[in-house]
Design a protein around this ligand. Structure first.
Ligand SMILES: N[C@@H](CCC[C@H](N)C(=O)O)C(=O)O
Length: 306
């Protein structure tokens, strides 16, 4: 049944006309904020320049990520989930966005029940809304090979490099984890006073990371609790980063510093992360919220009357 419906949606995608008035919903997961658009009901295409303009917090709507809901390409998925950072770049994964995605498609009846199977650029995610409204996401398995980020280095347990920020050289040690998107995780003693913005921006630009990297600053409070701030690729420091929380917890478990179930406290609130070790997926549980709805007016395309 899902396959027949998906074939029809893919067919419609091939046939569709672009809408000039595009409904959007503003959502957030722990303050990591999103504009969500449903391209199945309202076909449209947005250039990276248009996405950057919409993401501008002073002249546009403002968001950390734009999330697109579309018809899947694979028969075992209910939807295709595409993610764009505020700088217009398309990326592979967004954990807080996945929880909002589940809330959006369930609240609007685009699917009757969870679990919801969602295709991303490189994974199949499973989303489940709990009876308390929180959403659990099977985020897939973490990867540690340099090629999976990518990271231009030989594989090690952790990596060291020197970064110049705030006028001085910092020798940093980091763990490298791919959650489908790239993460460098630093262990710090004082998360509140860590130079997240300056160091995060510099690390993200190191040639070591040819496709950039999300940089997490993790303070280990005890074996079941971390405090985490994340400087996201393409968005800067955000209120929360779901894939960043998974990457940090996984790095901490692999290093023997954390237990298998951890509460991560981000700037915007808490996520529960569970990982049973290599060969297992990471499970992330947290809230999703709708803020407001509106319409984007897209410029008419010359000569088409659209
Ligand atoms: N906010 C996200 C991650 C969004 C993508 C990231 N900035 C990247 O470039 O990989 C999350 O909640 O995971």
């Amino acid at each position: 049944m899902a396959d027949t419906r998906n074939r029809q949606r893919r067919h419609n995608r091939g046939q569709r006309q672009t809408s000039s008035r595009l409904p959007f919903t503003k959502m957030h997961g722990l303050g990591n904020d999103f504009v969500v658009i449903d391209l199945i009901s309202h076909p449209a295409s947005l250039s990276s320049e248009q996405i950057r303009e919409l993401g501008n917090r002073h002249r546009g709507i403002g968001f950390d990520q734009l999330l697109m809901i579309d018809a899947p390409n694979r028969p075992d998925a209910d939807f295709l989930y595409r993610i764009f950072n505020a700088d217009g770049s398309e990326v592979e994964h967004c954990g807080n966005g996945a929880r909002c995605f589940a809330k959006y498609v369930l609240d609007r009846g685009l699917i009757a029940n969870s679990p919801i199977h969602v295709e991303t650029a490189n994974r199949l995610l499973t989303l489940h809304r709990n009876t308390d409204g929180q959403v659990q996401v099977d985020m897939g398995e973490p990867e540690f090979t340099p090629a999976s980020l990518p990271l231009d280095a030989q594989q090690q347990d952790s990596y060291q490099t020197t970064v110049n920020a705030d006028g001085s050289d910092h020798l940093i040690e980091f763990y490298a984890v791919s959650m489908g998107n790239p993460h460098a995780v630093l262990v710090v003693s004082d998360c509140e006073n860590a130079p997240v913005k300056s160091l995060g921006a510099r690390i993200g630009k190191l040639p070591l990371f040819p496709q950039g990297v999300n940089v997490g600053f993790m303070e280990i409070q005890d074996r079941n609790h971390i405090r985490l701030r994340v400087f996201e690729r393409g968005a800067g420091e955000t209120e929360a980063c779901g894939t960043g929380a998974c990457a940090a917890v996984v790095a901490g478990i692999k290093a023997g510093l954390l237990n298998n179930t951890v509460t991560a406290t981000l700037n915007g609130g808490q996520l529960q992360i569970n990982w049973q070790g290599e060969g297992h997926p990471v499970l992330m549980t947290g809230p999703a919220a709708t803020v407001f709805e509106g319409h984007i007016t897209l410029p008419k395309r010359a000569g088409t009357g659209e």
